[in-house]
Design a protein around this ligand. Structure first.
Ligand SMILES: [Zn+2]
Length: 337
């Protein structure tokens, strides 16, 4: 599918993409201003994939859908692909109002529980501590202290869900969906593939326009998330060209393998740019952000840019190209001998 062939579904409506598959689009209060959700026509009711952020616009949108095209059949289950606020934020209230069970991976759920538990000063301190090691300015550190409610602002608490693994599959009226669980953009995202019909609900792992954010985890920054994501991209670069990729943002597309190769090149160019910068002496996360991003504004963008820069440096260390030292509380990355 080409972007020009695709008109996103209007608010309160669903666009049919296959016999039993529908595309929904919700507003987001971010620069990335929308998310795609999907609905499968299941044997015992609707199967919903992802929920939107917890805010009034999302509530109004679900009101319109539950009273409109989804009315008359129960919600069979709600699958949350990963923990990010735009996918998981409204899962708890949606489960409560529909009575449907939620399914997600255990590690993504545990992360939500933890993020809600440490919201407030504890998260502010965690973020400020990371930014200090990254050599960001005092002004940014002060911003971090204020930014402590970034997660609960958009994510409602949820009851413990059912945990999905790759041993599960999801049956809809038109087919059987294989569960794949991937690490990189998050710790264990659920993707659903119907190989027979060439359909892949890819969540945020394969997007047609933007490069999915790959961020180091604040509590475990040395976990090589980018390495995991590059492994994922290698794997999906073999997808059949005609497979329809149904992503969490922008529009459905084909030639997913080609897109994966473009994303692999994108990350290798960024890794090379950081290696090049380190020829002139050790780099920090802050100086790497200047190499990778032309401009970064506001706490939301700084959060993602810093996480992405650290993830690339982490990968350079994990693959032996750089070494990290911690002097005066600042992480410095130099070329390995
Ligand atoms: Zn995401």
């Amino acid at each position: 599918m080409l972007p020009s062939e695709i008109t996103p579904p209007e608010k309160g409506t669903m666009r049919q993409l296959a016999d039993d598959l529908y595309w929904l689009r919700f507003d987001l209060p971010f620069r990335l201003n929308h998310i795609n959700l999907y609905v499968l026509d299941g044997e015992d009711g609707w199967i919903i994939l992802d929920c939107g952020v917890h805010d009034p616009a999302t509530v109004a949108h679900w009101d319109a859908l539950l009273d409109g095209p989804l009315a008359g059949r129960p919600i069979e289950r709600i699958i949350v692909s990963h923990h990010h606020v735009d996918h998981a934020g409204y899962a708890g209230p949606l489960a409560e109002r529909t009575g449907a069970p939620v399914w997600m991976t255990e590690s993504e759920y545990r992360y939500i529980v933890r993020m809600l538990a440490i919201a407030g000063p504890e998260f502010g301190e965690l973020l400020e501590g990371a930014y200090r090691r990254y050599a960001l300015t005092e002004e940014v550190l002060a911003m971090a202290r204020q930014d402590h409610d970034r997660f609960p602002r958009f994510v409602a608490p949820m009851a413990e869900p059912n945990f999905m693994t790759e041993d599960h599959s999801v049956r809809s009226r038109g087919g059987e969906w294989r569960v794949r669980i991937d690490r990189g953009h998050s710790m264990a995202q659920i993707g659903l593939l119907d190989d027979a019909r060439g359909l892949y609900l890819a969540g945020d792992y394969l997007l047609p326009r933007i490069s999915p954010n790959i961020s180091a985890d604040l509590s475990d920054p040395d976990d090589d998330r980018l390495g995991a994501y590059l492994d994922y991209l290698e794997e999906v670069s073999g997808l059949p060209g005609e497979m329809l990729i149904l992503p969490g943002h922008d529009w459905p597309f084909t030639n997913g393998g080609e897109r994966a190769r473009v994303l692999i090149d994108h990350h290798h160019m960024r890794l090379d740019a950081l290696t090049e910068a380190a020829r002139n002496g050790p780099v920090t996360v802050a100086s790497s952000m200047e190499v990778l991003f032309s401009r970064v504004f506001g706490s939301h963008e700084i959060f993602f840019a810093a996480g992405e820069a650290r993830a690339h440096l982490t990968h350079l260390v994990a693959t032996g190209r750089m070494v990290m030292t911690l002097d005066d509380g600042i992480e410095r990355f130099s070329l390995a001998d």
